[in-house]
Write a protein that binds this ligand. Structure first.
Ligand SMILES: NC(=O)c1ccc[n+]([C@@H]2O[C@H](COP(=O)([O-])OP(=O)(O)OC[C@H]3O[C@@H](n4cnc5c(N)ncnc54)[C@H](O)[C@@H]3O)[C@@H](O)[C@H]2O)c1
Length: 322
């Protein structure tokens, strides 16, 4: 249940580069304060505690037993997200969980169930939604400028060779390019994927191409590669009956002219707006832009398609009641 607080007291779980980024943002927010942190690496946890003057250091989920925290940010590696989020909700904490929400569909379903039962807030770190360009495209589509959207695609093209031993590129990062067209166009109902292990013969597939059918009838394509011979690209292309958007440019039907969308590009990931938004929602009692269902839908749409790569063929995407 949401209860009014003057200052949101935060616990941060996982203090890698990502967890430290969120921690710094919470410390910066006038209505948030980090009161406890947790990492299995005690040396790292103590160093971070010293840097920020945080008195309470945990090495495990005993952090959730504290009465003096309102929310936790779960920034440990992906396999811990589901179980930690479930435990946090059971302990009565609001949760910011880095993407993906969980690595198992059953955990996602349990998180949604707990969210409905408790009224706590759960936001998944689908950070691209806080990019001003993504927001501009969303507004443009919602205003009807594109007409009927019949095709949407997005990619995650990033050389991450060596990053966590190529653990699971689509399971880890496929959610970013999937969530963006899903946000623009609505729920996905079916998907399938093709993948290869070329260029880097690690156990996981460094390159995956997934195709989706949306409830609206729109079709979509999502590509992830961790082995490109180029700099990062995270674009989106949206095709409507009245206009087409490719990355940051729009072409209106009949004009044959590409115009830049009126938005300032940003450097890096918009972590600060993402973190500010969740804290503001907890202070005001609002549901966040990415409420629990939004995170759940994008997570399961990735998981079931990824799990079906070996068997081949299309799979139905599990649906959640609104
Ligand atoms: N949204 C984004 O754009 C974005 C960007 C980078 C990372 N991420 C996500 O953030 C998370 C962390 O990424 P990272 O690059 O900082 O990872 P990392 O592996 O560098 O750091 C993870 C930290 O968690 C700690 N840890 C491991 N197991 C733990 C446990 N059981 N309990 C507590 N701490 C534990 C590790 O000691 C380490 O300090 C990942 O889930 C990743 O997918 C998201």
């Amino acid at each position: 249940m949401w209860t009014a607080v003057d200052v949101v007291k935060v616990g941060v779980i996982g203090l890698g580069p990502n967890g430290r980024e969120h921690l710094a943002n919470y410390e910066h927010h006038p209505r948030a304060r980090v009161v406890a942190i947790c990492d299995v690496d005690e040396g790292l946890a103590n160093e971070v505690a010293g840097r920020y003057g945080i008195a309470n250091v945990h090495r495990d989920l005993s952090i959730l037993e504290r009465d003096d925290i309102d929310m936790v940010a779960i920034c440990a590696p992906n396999p811990f997200h589901g179980a930690s989020t479930i435990r946090a909700l059971e302990a009565g904490k609001h949760v910011f969980v880095e993407k993906p929400m969980a690595m198992e569909v059953a955990s996602v379903a349990r998180i949604v169930e707990l969210w409905r039962q408790t009224g706590l807030r759960v936001m998944t770190g689908l950070i691209r939604r806080f990019n001003p360009l993504s927001q501009m495209i969303k507004r443009t589509i919602d205003e009807g400028v594109l007409g009927e959207v019949f095709y949407a695609e997005s990619d995650y093209i990033h050389d991450l060779r060596g990053y966590r031993h190529m653990e699971d590129p689509f399971g880890s990062d496929g959610i970013h390019p999937l969530d963006i067209p899903r946000w623009y166009v609505g729920d996905v109902v079916e998907g399938q994927a093709y993948a290869n292990r070329m260029v880097r013969p690690e156990p996981a597939h460094p390159t995956t191409l997934a195709i989706y059918r949306f409830a609206s009838g729109c079709v979509g394509k999502v590509a992830v590669t961790w082995v490109p011979a180029c700099t990062q690209r995270h674009g989106a292309r949206v095709f409507g009956s009245e206009a087409t958007i490719i990355d940051d440019r729009i072409c209106l039907a009949g004009t044959d002219e590409w115009m830049p969308l009126p938005v300032q590009p940003i450097e890096g990931h918009p972590y600060r707006p993402e973190d500010d938004h969740f804290i503001d929602c907890l202070v005001d009692g609002r549901e966040p832009l990415i409420n629990c269902l939004e995170g759940a839908k994008s997570t399961v749409a990735c998981l079931v398609v990824k799990d079906a790569i070996e068997q081949g063929g299309p799979v139905r995407i599990p649906q959640f009641e609104e």
